[in-house]
Design a protein around this ligand. Structure first.
Ligand code: F0G
Length: 466
């Protein structure tokens, strides 16, 4: 028989507390229908994010104990730097406390007001960090990546047409670099093909503009290339990563994803001047260049996590578990974005609850109902998160898709728990027209989805009859 099971044994467990439906209803109202503000102790299966929520291995926990806490040039930094150089191949390795700190350093150093940063799709913190320094965050994903029903192998690919139109429109002097997010989280955790990365890199070279990867889920992306792209079946995961990163001049990385740790990140750059500018800011904001915002033990755990994430048995299990959740949803008739992504399944809320208009946040309604009905926490990736003002017309533009992301933490939940989640989704969909839309009663000036307060439209109940 093949190795068709979780490639690990469970060594430590955490108890899940029971809650009643009434209790969850009360907690959701108190949270302003925003599951970001629901206590995690009242959640059964927490699929809010795959970021920093993974389980570390015995070797990572051991690395924490043997971490070197020297302020400067620690042994743990050396391990961190050597491991990252081995996989990513860039000259400068700058540790940060998480991914957005790396983005903040890069954009503050390199993006001036009015400049434009194209990406396949910017993640929300990436977009916010570009806009925070006065830049314009431009999404250039291929149209295929915006069609939730289309089955295609590399829906994270960037459109060369949209990219070259951006250069025509803004001119290359206003574009400091191009980014490519692997996998494309905001477009469904969909991978970018090596072929597309090569074409984007060639275009960037022609324009004389660097290519920078948002590398959060680089190993999952490499696994998809190995499985789906012609010519890569027999190429090792690390070699695929090296080939991909050699196309660019640097990367931002949230170690909370594919470095299998609970906190950490880094920025890599080849360019000495850029690295110097970022390091000057790093010292101001994060810490000395050999620890960034992290403890020595965190650096050690990142290095070990990066070695583990390249294991093909781990990746087959990881992406297989997410695909299995998608298959269960198919069996139950719950519409979701096809094909399933590397780290998450994205429910298609427009099709789950067609009676709720986009202005009434259908994806947030599904998220709220999943919590009340089943204690499952998901995250809205729709109008609440991504509605934005068009820089040219000033009008509010809703996103193309209204998605609910079920992000699966790494090495944390069992198949049984994810079967329960699939059943919960079917139950919410079956509530249908009994579910009411939501409206925002308070929101902060940016990144509103984290803290916004909502209520059912007109102040009634979320579920009619209750
Ligand atoms: N880029 C991408 C593609 C991401 O998915 C994230 C985080 C970041 C950058 C920022 O990294 O959180 O370490 O500062 N995504 C998490 C998520 C939060 O839930 O998808 P960070």
């Amino acid at each position: 028989m093949d190795f068709a099971f979780e490639p690990y044994r469970i060594k430590v467990v955490e108890k899940i507390e029971r809650t009643s439906r009434e209790e969850r209803q009360r907690l959701l109202v108190a949270a302003g229908y925003n599951v970001f503000k629901v206590p995690s102790s009242a959640i059964y299966v927490d699929l809010l994010t795959d970021s920093g929520t993974g389980a570390m291995s015995d070797l990572q926990w051991s690395a924490l104990m043997s971490g070197d806490e020297a302020y400067a040039c620690s042994r743990s930094f050396k391990d961190f730097e050597d491991t990252i150089r081995d996989i990513f191949g860039y000259k400068h390795v700058i540790p940060t406390h998480q991914g957005r700190a790396a983005e903040g350093l890069l954009f503050t150093a390199m993006v001036k007001p009015g400049m434009v940063v194209p990406n396949n799709i910017h993640f929300d913190t990436t977009r916010a960090n570009v806009e925070h320094v006065g830049g314009i965050a431009l999404d250039c994903v291929d149209d295929a990546g915006l069609d939730p029903r289309l089955e295609a192998p590399f829906k994270g690919d960037m459109s060369l047409r949209k990219l070259s139109q951006a250069f025509e429109k803004y001119g290359k002097d206003r574009i400091p670099f191009v980014m490519l997010t692997i996998t494309n989280n905001s477009g469904g955790g969909q991978p970018v093909s090596m072929g597309n990365a090569k074409a984007v890199a060639a275009f960037c070279r022609e324009m004389g503009v660097p290519l920078i990867f948002d590398a959060c889920r680089f190993a999952e992306n490499a696994w998809f290339i190995q499985q789906r792209e012609a010519g890569y079946r027999d190429v090792g995961i690390k070699d695929i990563c090296r080939e991909m990163f050699a196309l660019g001049s640097g990367c931002t990385m949230s170690a909370k994803k594919d470095a299998l740790v609970n906190i950490g990140g880094f920025l890599c750059l080849d360019n000495d001047d850029w690295a110097q500018a970022a390091t000057n800011l790093l010292i101001l904001r994060e810490g000395f260049p050999t620890y960034g915002g992290l403890a020595g033990r965190d650096l050690a755990a990142v290095a070990q996590g990066l070695r583990e994430v390249l294991d093909p048995d781990y990746l087959a299990y990881r992406i297989g578990q997410v695909a299995r959740l998608g298959e269960r949803l198919d069996e139950l008739g719950v519409p979701h974005l096809k094909p399933t992504g590397g780290h998450a399944v994205y429910l298609d809320a427009k099709r789950m609850l067609p009676h709720i208009p986009q202005a009434q946040f259908p994806a947030q309604v599904v998220t709220a109902a999943l919590y009340v009905e089943a204690g499952v926490r998901a995250v809205e990736i729709g109008s609440l998160m991504f509605e934005h003002r068009d820089p040219d017309t000033g009008k509010l533009v809703p996103p193309e898709m209204e998605l609910v992301r079920l992000a699966v933490p790494r090495r944390v939940y069992t198949h049984t728990q994810l079967d329960y989640v699939a059943d919960a989704c079917a139950k919410v969909m079956a509530l249908g027209e009994r579910l009411n839309g939501l409206e925002v009663t308070w929101e902060p000036p940016s990144l509103r989805h984290f803290t916004a307060v909502l209520r059912p439209v007109g102040g009634g109940p979320l579920l009619a009859g209750l």
